[in-house]
Design a protein. Structure first.
Length: 291
């Protein structure tokens, strides 16, 4: 009665439409995808219930191991080279006093460029002939030319380079926001102790924003496992399936083979792997993030 008299029922009526809309548009597709993963469905003919056949099909597909290895390779390169870049960029900009806004704008500029336009521009840079931008620059030093996107060994690193360029600006803005919360007296105390810039970054900056670093690392890890746009537009999965990722394989199932059941089944498997990875990551980093 106390809850009712304090307006609890009216609060439920106010929040109910929003809750129903959230459930329909957020959890509705998830539930529909789980159901679709157990069906043989091309979105034209009536759906046929096939049970675990879709999961068995995608797990025995000979292309899956190659796609999984390529995705892991992309994730490894993206974390190894792409993760430190925005962090370094944010720390560099934060150290600037007068011209920091200019570097901030320049670093965020790649995020404003539409992804398709950026990739088409980089394809011109990666022209395998001597007239390509990168090959022409390397030619000044007597290096190259390289095949870049036409090479099985260079195609994936080339894609990682473009992806790092495209995503570093937006990520650095988040780090810059986190750096504003670092107490200035810590820097002042470090300077009085004679600490240089690298010592201040290692002993003050990084420990103070380690929570954000852990969150961004997890988000980037999840994002790298879902890479699609770059391999699709750069190489289409080639050469010789060297850049075929899991999401590109899902695309082929759905929009080339017309097998939406298999595509959804592989999507569910990928979601399960990412959920398990997130849980393990949480327990592994929990102690470090709170110490």
């Amino acid at each position: 009665m106390t809850w009712y008299r304090s307006g609890g029922l009216s609060s439920v009526f106010f929040v109910l439409p929003l809750l129903l809309i959230f459930l329909y548009f957020s959890w509705g597709p998830i539930v529909r995808g789980l159901v679709l993963s157990f069906q043989k469905n091309n979105l034209v003919a009536p759906a046929e219930w096939v049970g675990w056949a879709n999961f068995s099909y995608v797990l025995t597909d000979p292309q899956l191991p190659q796609a999984a290895l390529n995705t892991l390779y992309f994730a490894f390169l993206a974390l190894l080279f792409g993760f430190p870049v925005p962090l370094f960029l944010a720390v560099f900009v934060s150290e600037l006093r007068r011209t920091g806004w200019l570097y901030n704008v320049l670093s965020y500029l790649p995020a404003v460029v539409p992804p398709v336009a950026a990739i088409l521009l980089w394809k011109f840079f990666y022209d395998p002939s001597g007239a390509g931008v990168f090959n022409a620059i390397l030619g000044w030093f007597g290096i190259g030319p390289f095949a870049w996107l036409n090479s099985q060994s260079l195609a994936m690193p080339a894609i990682v380079l473009e992806a790092t360029w495209a995503g570093a600006g937006a990520t650095s803005i988040i780090y810059l926001a986190a750096l504003t919360g670092v107490r200035t007296e810590l820097y002042e105390a470090a300077e009085l102790d004679g600490s240089g810039i690298w010592s201040r970054i290692w002993h003050v900056t990084l420990p103070q924003i380690r929570g954000i670093i852990l969150i961004m690392m997890l988000l980037q890890l999840i994002g790298t496992f879902q890479v699609f746009t770059e391999p699709f537009l750069f190489t289409g999965g080639g050469p010789n399936d060297a850049t075929t990722t899991i999401l590109l394989l899902i695309y082929r199932y759905a929009f080339i083979n017309g097998d939406f059941g298999a595509a959804t089944a592989l999507s569910v498997l990928l979601a399960g792997v990412l959920c398990a990875l997130s849980i393990v990551y949480h327990f592994v980093t929990r102690r470090w993030s709170t110490s």
